[in-house]
Write a protein that binds this ligand. Sequence first.
Ligand code: F0G
Length: 371
Amino acid sequence: MGQYDFEGGLRGGGSNGLVMSAWPGVIETYRKYLPVTEKTPVVTLYEGNTPLVPAPRLAEATDPSLEIYLKCEGFNPTGSFKDRGMTMAMSKALEAGSRAVICASTGNTSASAAAFAARAGLRAFVMVPKGAIALGKLSQAAIHGAKVLTVDGNFDQALSIVRQIAETQPVTLVNSVNPFRLEGQKTAAFEVVDQLGRPPDYHLIPVGNAGNISAYWRGYREYHRDGKIKDLPRMVGFQAAGAAPIYENRIIDEPRTVATAIKIGNPASWGLALEAMQDSQGWIEVVTDEEILRAYRLLAREEGIFMEPASAATVAGLMKMVKAGRFEPGSTLVLTLTGHGLKDPDTALESATRPTTVPASIDAVLAQLGL
Ligand code: F0G
C-alpha cells in the first residue's frame, strides 16, 4: 500500500498537525513512465488515485475462495476512467500549440474532453450518437461549454467523421486513437499494482473501442519490464452480446446494448486488444443485457457500489466465468469498473423499484414502512 512517489507533489499541513500529501494527478505521479518533458504544460483535474475496493460479497456470490477487488474508476473527476487519458491528451495538445480538440463519443470521452478542455482553455467539439448517450454524460459535455453535435448515426460513423476532420482541420483528435490517451490510461494498471502490492492473476474489464484493455496491458508490461512485478495478469475482456465485434470476429453494423458506453461495432484498438489477450493468455467473452442489468443491481445492492451498465458488464462476466470454472480457486481478480452509476440515471430508475408517493402524514408513511 501507499508506494506512491509524491516527489514534486503538493504538501500541506492538516488540521490535526499531520503532514498530508495531496495527490498530484497521474502525470506527476507517474511522470517517468509518460512521454512528457519539463516543457509539457500539465493540464490536470487531479485524476487517478481511485480506490481499489475489496468485494467479499461478490466472492460469496460466486466463489468464496476468490480474492476480488474493484478498481472504481467512476470516482475520477468526471466520473470515468477517461480522465487518465484526457490529462495526457490535453497536456500534449496544449504543448503542440493546439487551440481546439474534437472527439466522437458514447458519452464519457465527451464529458472528460469537455472538462479538460475547459481547464486547458481550449475549445471542444464533441459528436455523440443521437438518442444513444446517457443523460448525465450529455449534461456534462454541455455544462463544460463544449459544442455538442448529436449525429443521426452510431458511434462508429461519428468516429470516422471526426478522424477525417482532424486530418485536415486545425483541431486535435482526443479519441483513444490519439496515442497519448492510452499512455495516460496505462497508469490505472500502475495504481492497481501499487495498491495491491502485486499484480492480480486476472484483470477483468469491459471492452468497447478497445483502448482501455490495451492501455492496462501496456501498463502491466511496463511495470514488469521495470522489475516492479514478476508476473503478469491475464487480461479478460467483456463485450455486450449485441455489440461484440471482437468476440464474433466481424464488424457489427448496428450494435445494440443497454450498456450504451460500449455500443460499438468496429473498435479502433481492435488489433491492440487482440494482442493484449493473446500475449497475456487471456480471452474475450460476451454477456447479455439481462446479465449486465442483473450484475448492475447486485453490485449496487450487495456491495454499495453504483456503476454504470458498461462497468457492470465486467461483474456479469465475472459471474459467467466463475460458473464456467475459468478461474483457479484462490485466484486474485481485479475488475475495472469504468464509469459512475450517476452517469445514467434513466437506467437506474428503470432497473429499481420506483419511489412511492405518500400524503404528508406520519400514519401514511408508517403504513408504507411495514416496520
Ligand atoms: N466503460 C465505459 C463506462 C466507457 O465509457 C467505455 C468507453 C468503455 C467501458 C470501453 O472502453 O472503449 O477503451 O474499450 N467509452 C468511449 C466513450 C467509447 O466515447 O466514452 P474502451
